[in-house]
Write a protein that binds this ligand. Structure first.
Ligand code: HEC
Ligand code: HEC
Ligand code: HEC
Ligand code: HEC
Ligand code: HEC
Length: 201
């Protein structure tokens, strides 16, 4: 093994140790998990915690994160709902957007109100809070990726070609690794620009 690999290993071990200390010493009642640049209002590209830095370095994304509500795409899609009903931004601009709790309550004010999961949703709404969904697909800021849904939808690229078959998923699963190679392969095939500046800022 070369010295560079050893160096990386040591850096990684130290990062892990820091993350462990952080994890053990973190929870203070009432303290939020917001990154420092959000709470301080000062933007920095540095990672707010060693854990996030390590996560980024290893490109770690859980395939199926645990969500606060056992939402199910399968059931809603089987009822005939369209993606755009909930992800209303998808054909308009860069972000598909996750629907707010008010969208859920539009139906669940009256539908299945006796179920435990629906009661949890109603409680969020009553407290005036949004449901804290965990992001499934998201690039780290350091990758400087600019993605835009709208041109893909206009070009009739199916949601499934990037997100898999949602009719078989409850909460969203990261079925497809949307790495740079995946983007470039299709752009080459469809003769779309592969200039760095098309996808990076
Ligand atoms: C257009 C109406 C509609 C909207 C909007 C809607 N739902 Fe539903 N939801 C339904 C229907 C219909 C069912 C099936 C109920 C049944 O099993 O009889 C359902 C079922 C569910 C279930 C399963 C309940 C159970 O335990 O069996 C969950 C959880 C759920 N919805 C969460 C949500 C969340 C979260 C949102 C907002 C992001 C949402 N729903 C938005 C109509 C809707
Ligand atoms: C060409 C690939 C591609 C297609 C097609 C695509 N998506 Fe995405 N989607 C992505 C990528 C990449 C992200 C992550 C973007 C980021 O983090 O900047 C994403 C993120 C999302 C998110 C998270 C919220 C957000 O606004 O970023 C939702 C929801 C979503 N997509 C829904 C859809 C729906 C619905 C469709 C079809 C109507 C669709 N996507 C089609 C690639 C795609
Ligand atoms: C009833 C509302 C509803 C409908 C209809 C719906 N979604 Fe979602 N979607 C959600 C909610 C709520 C979440 C957040 C929870 C989760 O990750 O599953 C979500 C999450 C996602 C995500 C993961 C976003 C991220 O990066 O965190 C993708 C991708 C997605 N949906 C794609 C689709 C596609 C494609 C369709 C249509 C085939 C669709 N959704 C239809 C409500 C909906
Ligand atoms: C399955 C095919 C496919 C995949 C996968 C795909 N793209 Fe695209 N992309 C297209 C097509 C087709 C267009 C051109 C639409 C048009 O001509 O307006 C496009 C356009 C774009 C544009 C707009 C370019 C412009 O000139 O306005 C951006 C940005 C982009 N893609 C980024 C990405 C990124 C980032 C990924 C990976 C997450 C990705 N694409 C994955 C097919 C794809
Ligand atoms: C079609 C879209 C697309 C094009 C064109 C593209 N990239 Fe990327 N690139 C991405 C995506 C998406 C990622 C993030 C992958 C991930 O995080 O899994 C990425 C990641 C990267 C990374 C890694 C950044 C990090 O910290 O993870 C580098 C470096 C990079 N690209 C450089 C380039 C260069 C240089 C070019 C031009 C020769 C280029 N890219 C063209 C989509 C693209």
């Amino acid at each position: 093994m070369g010295w560079l690999k050893w160096l990386l290993l040591i850096v990684f071990a130290v990062t892990c140790a820091c993350a462990l200390v952080k994890a053990v010493s973190r929870p203070h009642a009432g303290q939020t998990d917001l990154p420092a640049y959000v709470t301080s209002g000062v933007f920095t590209t540095a990672h707010p915690t060693a854990f996030l830095a390590a996560k980024d370095f290893l490109d770690f994304h859980p395939e199926h994160p645990v969500q606060p509500i056992a939402f199910t795409h399968a059931v809603h899609l089987a009822k005939g709902l369209q993606c755009e009903f909930c992800h209303a931004g998808v054909d308009q601009g860069p972000d598909a957007r996750i629907p707010g709790v008010a969208v859920c309550m539009a139906c669940h004010q009256v539908i299945a109100t006796d179920r435990p999961e629906i009661k949890k949703i109603a409680a969020y709404a009553a407290r005036g809070e949004d449901i804290p969904w965990v992001r499934v697909y998201a690039y780290s800021d350091s990758a400087h990726v600019k993605f835009n849904h709208a041109p893909h939808i206009r070009a009739h690229i199916q949601c499934a070609s990037c997100h898999g078959d949602m009719t078989k998923q409850t909460t969203a699963e990261r079925k497809i690794n949307l790495n740079m190679g995946y983007c470039i392969d299709c752009h080459r095939q469809k003769r779309v620009s592969i200039d760095c500046a098309t996808c990076h800022y």
